[in-house]
Design a protein around this ligand. Structure first.
Ligand code: SF4
Ligand code: F3S
Length: 265
């Protein structure tokens, strides 16, 4: 990574909650500081850039012009097609900005389940007509890095891979790098021995929950969720949802919000 050129990166944020950027800033290896100050030229990012207003838009236009065909485009958030006015930046609809910025990109990384699959904005009844990046862009390589948000080191790990090798990692059927999304969380869960023995917590405060038994009967969706939470964990390897006592809600899977991953009345 040290020897790689500092490529231009343009980060567009559409219908999102800034959780993906929050997550990015928690990466410990590589850190976001080492990425921004040493490895990439982050030419546009609403939350992290110093410029604002027309100066910010000018920076994006200049970066596109100077690095046409070479820059990496990162997107978080879904794109509303229901009405262009639902979400705009500098008076430009998300759709138009995506189409315009994607044209000169070498590749696109869709960070977060919203950019990768539509995410929470797309949840039934999808009031804004939200779609994913891959629904609109068909002629560029796209790497999906889903999660709500994605794991910090998974975001930076995917970026480091691309910047070092200049290639797209091997992807699964829904566009995720297999190195991070190749196994289910259930495959690597430390509670798995309890699952295999049929020992399940039946409520969040029963004896089984206190003993750390399997959370499957409390709705854990990890048997069908592909992500690295049980191996990389979160907060520099400290913990992950299941370790803190709650089942996985499947946040790295397409349509997770509507797939029974949440509580129902
Ligand atoms: Fe599998 Fe979830 Fe049980 Fe862990 S808590 S063993 S991921 S069902
Ligand atoms: Fe998301 Fe499940 Fe990991 S809810 S954060 S994929 S444990």
């Amino acid at each position: 990574l040290e020897q790689a050129r500092r490529p231009s990166v343009i980060w567009l944020s559409f219908q999102e909650c800034t959780g993906c950027t929050e997550s990015l800033t928690r990466s410990h290896s590589p850190t976001v500081e080492s990425l921004i100050l040493g490895q990439i030229s982050l030419d546009y990012h609403h939350t992290l850039q110093a410029a604002a207003g027309s100066a910010a838009e000018h920076a994006r236009e200049e970066a596109m012009k100077e690095n046409y065909g070479k820059y990496l485009l990162i997107v978080d958030g879904s794109i509303p097609l229901g009405n262009p006015g639902y979400s705009t930046i500098a008076g430009i609809s998300n759709k138009d900005m995506l189409l315009e910025t994607a044209k000169g990109a070498a590749a696109i990384v869709a960070v977060g389940t919203c950019a990768a699959y539509g995410g929470i904005p797309k949840a039934n009844p999808n009031p804004t007509g939200a779609v994913a990046v891959s629904d609109l862009i068909k002629d560029k390589p796209i790497i999906n890095v889903p999660g709500c948000p994605p794991i910090p080191v998974v975001i930076t790990g995917v970026l480091a891979h691309y910047l070092t090798f200049g290639t797209i990692p091997e992807l699964d059927a829904v566009g995720r790098p297999k190195v991070f999304y190749g196994e289910t969380i259930h495959d690597r869960c430390y509670r798995r021995p309890f699952y295999d023995k049929g020992l399940f917590a039946e409520s969040f405060d029963d004896e089984g929950a206190r003993k750390g038994w399997c959370l499957f009967k409390l709705g854990c969706k990890a048997p069908v969720t592909y992500n690295a939470c049980a191996t990389t964990k979160w907060n520099a390897g400290t913990s992950f949802p299941i370790q803190s006592g709650h089942g996985c809600i499947g946040c790295s899977e397409p349509n997770f919000w509507d797939m029974g991953g949440f509580y129902k009345a």
